[in-house]
Design a protein around this ligand. Structure first.
Ligand code: ADP
Ligand code: MG
Length: 531
């Protein structure tokens, strides 16, 4: 009698062949279904409650998926698509996940027709490549005309629709454009960096009071009450070393044999601090931002000199301050000269409800800025912040590539149409895969319609026939609920959003299709949950 061969421990879960494929596809579909209802300006919001009962109300694809704590391995791969989209572009997460889910759903149909996964994968790859080619063809160049500003504003508004109070969208878009124009300056658009825009949230007042600050707002208060609360004509010094006496118990190893020696040591340390503060004062500085600590003795001396100071300022805030006020970050206080200082119209401590902030206000031609978001409740502010980030991301994106595509499902319908024509030139079963790829893209226009309470089939049929007859700018305008020329209606999006969405959706879909064996080690209950 032969013994059974035991390859793996008993608690390993294993799904093979068809089971593995079906299970993975089901999970991917479910992820797409979850975010689907939030797509577009008429999409619904989701309320997410964390284990600690914190509530998030959002319409943002990646936020939803991050909060859901998804466990299924294939579903996690789909969530990764949203994360890539978020980090690369900052918008288009819902669309990317939906396309990935639909590609897999359609692949299932092909699997049912006994088409081998490798054939589907090959077809999908051909289709994705061709789709990128077509996308480039049907994109529009954004020129540098006067119209540009208005167009960029529209792009910001399209990105923000559905995510915040509609009546402040215009104001918020203005803020975005002004911020981007300021930090762009004459720089090449390629050097644009979103990190140079700081977003600060304050509770109180309404969204409409949100504002652009030509400077940096720190979530910090001055360290001592003795210090002035406002400094006009601020001369700012940025320091990344501590202004502290060395603590002989922690920092240093010295051998002291008499009380006099200790006294002498402390005296020396005090002199060092005094000298540091004197150097600061002599340089003409009246504001100090220190990345490290400032101890009580130094605080006392600074206050005596009428200097405003904050301590433990985060490194990235220090960098922003440096760009905004034109100051150098210095480590050696012996070398400080007026040349290293930055300037601002004023530095002021301002209280908003419970929050105390330090405003560095009115910088000359700042290369970093702050957008201050106001809002009645935390949930509102958080959602406005996400909307602003989408808007900023989109505007940056367009400036970088200089290309836009049409929204409202227009670009997807056109892509799908041309892919289907292209598929005719292929032979055999890959043709079917390319067609299914094309069908998957139609998921966007149908969902936009569905979420707005319109009939998806009617809308899609009409859009397709318009595109067939050469009206390739037709799309669904959800402000009027009509099919229109969306270029005229200015419903446009950055080209890069769609480029990235198609690329990552098809990548993850083919990757999942290639899996025919899932081996989960003990304790991972993930696989079952998609069943
Ligand atoms: P995503 O996370 O994919 O960005 P959104 O909820 O932001 O999801 O929705 C984006 C979709 O909404 C895009 O397909 C865009 O073209 C569409 N859209 C935005 N504004 C409008 C509008 N006014 N009319 C029709 N479609 C719109
Ligand atoms: Mg969006």
């Amino acid at each position: 009698m032969s013994k059974p061969v035991i390859l793996m421990p008993e608690d390993i879960q294993r799904l093979m062949g068809k089971d593995a494929q079906r299970n993975n596809i089901a999970a991917a579909k479910m992820v797409a279904e979850v975010v689907k209802t939030t797509l577009g300006p008429k999409g619904m919001d989701k309320m997410l409650v964390s284990p600690t009962n914190e509530i998030t109300v959002t319409n943002d694809g990646v936020t939803i998926l991050n909060e859901m704590q998804i466990e299924h391995p294939a579903a996690k791969m789909i969530v990764e698509v949203a994360r890539t989209q978020e980090s690369e572009i900052g918008d288009g997460t819902t669309s990317a996940v939906m396309i990935a889910g639909k590609l897999l759903e359609n692949a299932e149909k092909l699997l049912d027709m006994k088409i081998h996964p490798t054939v589907i994968i090959k077809g999908y790859k051909i289709a994705a490549e061709k789709a990128q080619e077509i996308l480039k063809e049907i994109s529009f160049k954004v020129d540098n005309s006067q119209d540009n500003r208005e167009l960029l504003k529209q792009i910001a508004m399209t990105a923000m629709t559905g995510k915040c109070a509609e009546d402040s969208k215009d104001k918020l878009a203005e803020i975005i454009i002004e911020a981007v124009n300021q930090i762009k300056g004459d720089n090449k658009s390629e050097n644009l960096n979103l990190n140079n825009i700081k977003i600060v949230k304050v509770r109180g007042e309404s969204i409409k009071n949100s504002e652009l600050i030509f400077g940096i707002v720190l979530e910090k208060e001055k360290i001592s009450h003795e210090m002035p609360s406002e400094i006009r004509g601020a001369r700012i010094v940025l320091i990344d070393t501590p202004l502290e006496l060395k603590n002989p118990e922690i920092d240093t190893k010295i051998s002291i044999s008499s009380p006099e020696q200790l006294q002498g040591f402390l005296f020396h340390e005090e002199q060092t601090i005094k000298q540091m503060i004197k150097n600061i004062k002599d340089s003409g500085a009246n504001v100090v931002f220190c990345q490290k600590g400032i101890d009580e003795f130094a605080q006392y001396l600074l206050a005596k000199e009428g200097i405003y100071a904050c301590r433990r300022v985060a490194r990235n805030d220090m960098e922003k301050l440096s760009k905004a006020a034109g100051a150098k970050i210095i480590s050696n206080l012996r070398e400080i000269t007026p040349f290293e200082l930055g300037s601002a119209e004023y530095v002021k401590e301002i209280r908003h409800g419970e929050n105390i902030l330090t405003y560095v206000y009115g910088c000359q031609n700042p290369k970093a800025l702050t957008i201050l978001i106001h809002g009645g409740t935390e949930h509102v502010i958080d959602e406005v912040e996400r909307a602003m980030k989408d808007g900023l991301g989109d505007v940056f994106c367009v400036l970088k590539s200089g290309l836009i595509v049409l929204g409202g499902g227009s670009v997807e319908v056109e892509l799908s149409r041309r892919l289907k024509i292209f598929s005719q030139s292929l032979s055999g079963r890959e043709q079917l895969a390319v067609e299914e790829f094309a069908n998957a893209l139609e998921f966007i226009p149908t969902t936009l319609a569905e979420n707005a309470g319109l009939d998806p089939i009617d809308i899609l049929t009409e859009l397709k026939s318009l595109h067939d007859s050469g009206n390739i700018n037709s799309g669904l305008n959800l402000f009027t609920n009509k099919i229109e020329d969306v270029l005229k209606a200015r419903i446009v999006e950055p080209y890069n959003i769609k480029k990235q969405a198609i690329a990552s959706a098809s990548e993850v879909a083919t990757m999942i299709l290639r899996i025919d064996d899932v081996i989960a080690s003990g304790g991972k209950k993930g696989m079952k949950s998609a069943g």
